[in-house]
Design a protein around this ligand. Structure first.
Ligand code: PEP
Length: 257
């Protein structure tokens, strides 16, 4: 983390978990233990149908509510889709884009990720753009090239002045939901590479201000070590964000002065 230049964010990704009433129960429990989080922003990204319930449950707390996906289209005949304007109107600030599960099961490729990021930014949302390599790609030694391409494509057309709203999350596919975490050095190395790409595209001032998260089996045990790295500005957390004590422990790890 480097709080001098950029925000620290601890973001939960609930995926397709929890009903509205379970959301309320989670919030009631987390609220009893939340620290006075001065040093990090806290965010929980929930399924679309639970956004209103989550906003109500976390009202008057520092926990913001985000979405897990957004349509690349502005409006129209796209049955089942949710637009950036709809999310904005609900009071949503952050939206996850290009999560590996979206890339894998719904074919959200780099070009679609770019369209979604542009739609989000245009509507005034803050995209959390996920990038990451598979185990095969890491073993082939193409991680750097792949990440460069994913980041460059995702950011195409996003003007420099909007970059303060953009968050990138490095999520190696082999670490998501597997219990296998990238080592702090591996994760920091890729986050540093992402910052280098941003520097080349937008200059040093923008690059140092962008929050770059790590995600992939981050938990209450490894969070402190990962967050101690200079280019890891927070976490995108799946499994551990579903359990109040675990999520709270990660928030505490990020909330050190
Ligand atoms: C995620 O879904 O973004 C994620 C990192 O999941 P997990 O923490 O469960 O690996």
């Amino acid at each position: 983390m480097n709080r001098r230049y950029r925000k620290t964010i601890i973001a939960g990704n609930w995926k397709m978990n929890k009903t509205a009433s379970e959301t309320k129960a989670f919030a009631d429990e987390l609220k009893t233990m939340l620290p006075k989080a001065k040093w990090c922003d806290i965010l929980v990204c929930v399924p679309f149908v639970n956004i209103a319930a989550a906003q109500k449950a976390f009202k008057d707390t520092r926990v913001a509510i985000g979405a897990e996906n957004v349509s690349q289209f502005e409006k129209g005949a796209y049955t089942g889709e949710v637009s950036a304007a709809m999310l904005k109107d609900l009071g949503v600030k952050y939206v996850i884009i290009g999560h590996s599960e979206r890339r894998q099961y719904w074919n959200d490729d780099d070009l679609i990720v770019n369209k979604k990021a542009l739609a989000a930014v245009e509507a005034g949302l803050y995209p959390i753009i996920c990038v990451g390599e598979s185990l095969e790609q890491r073993e082939l030694g193409v991680t750097k090239e792949l990440i460069d391409l994913q980041v460059k494509t995702a950011l195409a057309g996003i003007p420099a002045e909007k970059m303060r709203h953009v968050v990138i999350a490095y999520e190696p596919l082999w670490a998501i939901g597997t219990g296998k975490t990238a080592t702090a050095e591996q994760a920091n190395e890729v986050n540093e590479e992402i910052r280098t790409v941003i520097r080349k595209l937008y200059g040093a001032r923008v690059a140092r201000s962008v929050t770059i998260l790590y995600g992939g089996s981050m938990n209450e045990k490894n969070a402190e070590e990962l967050l101690a790295q200079p280019d890891i500005d927070g976490g995108l957390i799946g499994g551990a964000s579903l359990v109040p004590e675990k999520f709270n422990a990660i928030i505490n790890a990020a909330n050190q002065e």
